[in-house]
Design a protein around this ligand. Structure first.
Ligand SMILES: [Fe+2]
Length: 638
């Protein structure tokens, strides 16, 4: 059995980066000559960071860009995070066709350094399940054209529903081949990113990713992101990436942050990777991270929601006619601090022995929460509403998972849990699972869509672990997508076994993941080698998950993530859950053609008459204040 490290050293983050840091330490000297990558588009025109859209509903969609003002002669460029640059009036257009011969909506907003020159418009009064194109204009320049659509959401109607599930896109971890593949698809309703869109680490000793990319794909800023300038630059780095840009321009995205958008393994008052004092005040840091997230992501501003809530309500829900709904959870802002192993220096949780009475009592303490009680109730209420499918966008694995201590250098038979997952909050976990089990079939079925653990899973969610093997008492299912680039089980094993041929490291990885399944037999599928994404397709009859993986590493190509072009994820395996079964089973055939497609928008005649009244400086034409002026950051930690 492969020894990874000792459990007292194990936080999830520590485990997942240890291999890369070890490799970097013996690799090439650190160089930062790629450090201008995030700032480069600012010198290449007004719309160098591309366009994006997101949070599609039946009648509205967010459109986004950054409008960099041109530098005056002798003046510095208004790079992201710089606070520099004059206000910019930006006109936006949304049309039925990509040539913009049939413009449907148009307006003008004004952005400024207060919003890092980002532009976000919530375009409403649109038609459901309809294709649109959008672009921006400012100071004589025109942005690239974005393609978007409204949600397949019409009362009483079933439309096709298809999404790409992604998480854990570490810039220094590799090229975004998954995004490149997703950008070429034309059959998605949206991309669902469930967290770790950025990572906060720097390029030094805390660098996270393969040593082969040192100097070729470095983070910016070069140091850990801890303030507004740093987070803005890091988000800009992602929006400067060509694969990321293409995927945003092609599809609307529904996103939610996990921990790394702030710092590793955050809880309500701190984080594993935050040092109070040396890295400032945690709440100020988190407020600046959230502000940047709201500026740079096509995320509908959260003050439009109404559930009573501690802090900002980031969790959100989307509906899809007679087919189902998607509840997107947010599980960091209000979570209780993770349980650490007794005597350990670990902070922020991780893989810990969970069996001793003291630790077990902490893990199941009903006063400790992952989502705050209001959010858990909000989810439970929806699950009790009759709909064929209840999809749940979720950050950390919900299903109980028992990890074999033997794989982590402990005696055979010892058991670890990951206390940063729902397993670390067993009162909430049990309450939710019991609630799922109590629902009559007429309320439909629950499919949890998760990321975080940098590996691919298809899981039954058992009502009771002890009797699962005998009676399969699964109450719902969970599909977990692989990371886009972040280190997974294979990288951990490879880092812990230098000198072993790549093929042997792959075999050893599969032994580890096989041992996890052996201890948790409700984990019906687990791959710890491939990176990529999961295609999720929903019909009244089933929800299918097609896992797309990068090629299996070989001696000739031990890390496909470091190849700039040509190494893209392809279909690896298909799993599904049939309506009414609440279990996962293999699917015999890959996801096929959609049953129907979004409509082409009609119209274009009314915009001319509306245009004059739309020209309101600083306001979009819906009368909201989302166009560029300090977009919600003030409220992020209220
Ligand atoms: Fe991650």
């Amino acid at each position: 059995m492969v020894v990874v490290t000792t459990p007292t050293q194990l936080s999830r983050r520590t485990v997942l980066k240890s291999a890369a840091v070890a490799a970097a330490a013996v690799g090439a000297p650190l160089r930062f000559f790629n450090a201008d990558a995030a700032a480069a588009p600012a010198s290449k025109g007004i719309f160098g960071y591309g366009v994006a859209s997101g949070d599609p509903t039946a009648n509205a969609v967010i459109i986004w860009t950054r409008a960099t003002p041109p530098a005056g002669s002798g003046q510095p460029v208004a790079t992201p995070g710089s606070g520099l640059g004059s206000p910019v009036p930006v006109t936006w257009e949304l049309a039925a066709d990509k040539q913009f011969t049939r413009v449907i909506r148009r307006g003008t907003v004004r952005t400024s350094a207060a919003a890092d020159h980002t532009v976000k418009v919530d375009v409403d009064e649109l038609s459901p399940y309809t294709r649109y194109y959008y672009r921006f204009r400012a100071l004589g320049e025109t942005s690239p054209v974005g393609r978007t659509q409204t949600a397949p959401d019409e009362a009483g109607t079933v439309h096709a529903l298809r999404l790409a599930l992604v998480s854990c896109s570490n810039y220094t971890g590799g090229y975004f081949s998954a995004y490149r593949t997703i950008a070429r698809r034309t059959d998605l309703d949206f991309v669902l990113h469930v967290g770790d869109y950025i990572y906060e680490y720097g390029n030094g000793a805390d660098r996270y990713g393969p040593a082969a990319l040192v100097g070729k794909r470095d983070g910016q800023p070069a140091t850990e992101t801890i303030d507004l300038r740093g987070y803005r630059l890091r988000h800009a780095l992602h929006k400067a990436d060509p694969d990321q840009q293409a995927a945003h321009a092609q599809h609307p995205w529904i996103t939610i942050f996990d921990d790394h958008e702030v710092a590793n393994n955050t809880w309500d008052t701190g984080a594993e990777n935050h040092t109070p004092g040396a890295e400032g005040d945690f709440f100020q840091r988190r407020q600046q991270a959230y502000q940047t997230y709201l500026e740079w992501m096509p995320f509908r501003m959260p003050d439009q929601q109404s559930v009573p809530h501690q802090g900002t309500q980031f969790f959100k829900r989307f509906t899809f006619g007679a087919l189902g709904d998607l509840s997107v959870l947010e599980t960091r802002q209000n979570r209780s601090q993770q349980v650490d192993a007794p005597g350990s220096k670990t902070t922020g949780g991780g893989f810990i022995p969970g069996a001793d009475p003291v630790t077990a009592a902490k893990l199941s303490d009903p006063n400790r929460h992952l989502p705050e009680p209001e959010q858990l109730r909000w989810l439970q209420d929806e699950v009790s509403t009759p709909r064929p499918w209840h999809l749940v966008g979720n950050q950390v694995v919900l299903a109980p998972v028992r990890f074999p201590g033997q794989a982590f250098g402990l005696p055979a038979g010892s058991v670890l849990v990951n206390s940063d997952q729902w397993d670390g909050y067993q009162a909430d976990q049990s309450a939710l699972i019991a609630h799922l089990g109590a629902q009559p079939r007429t309320n439909g079925d629950v499919v949890v869509l998760t990321g975080d653990i940098h590996s691919s899973w298809a899981i039954d969610i058992p009502a009771d672990l002890a009797t699962y093997a005998a009676v399969n008492n699964s109450v719902g299912v969970e599909f977990v997508c692989p990371s886009v680039t972040s280190d997974g089980f294979y990288e951990i094993v490879a880092g812990a076994s230098p000198g072993v041929p790549t093929e042997g490291q792959v075999i050893a990885t599969r032994a580890v993941t096989g041992a996890v399944q052996g201890m948790s037999p409700w984990v019906r599928y687990l791959d710890g080698v491939g990176h990529g994404f999961t295609l999720i397709d929903v019909t009244p009859q089933r929800v299918q998950a097609d896992f797309f993986h990068t090629p299996t590493p070989t001696t000739a190509q031990p890390d496909p993530r470091v190849v700039p072009t040509g190494v893209e994820p392809t279909l690896a395996i298909s799993w599904q859950t049939l309506a009414g079964t609440r279990k996962v089973v293999p699917a015999a055939t890959p996801i096929g053609a959609r049953s129907d497609n979004p409509r082409t928008a009609a119209g274009g005649g009314a915009v001319g008459g509306d245009q004059g009244s739309d020209q309101r400086d600083g306001r979009d034409d819906n009368g909201s204040n989302q166009g560029g002026s300090n977009q919600g950051g003030d409220r992020a930690d209220s």
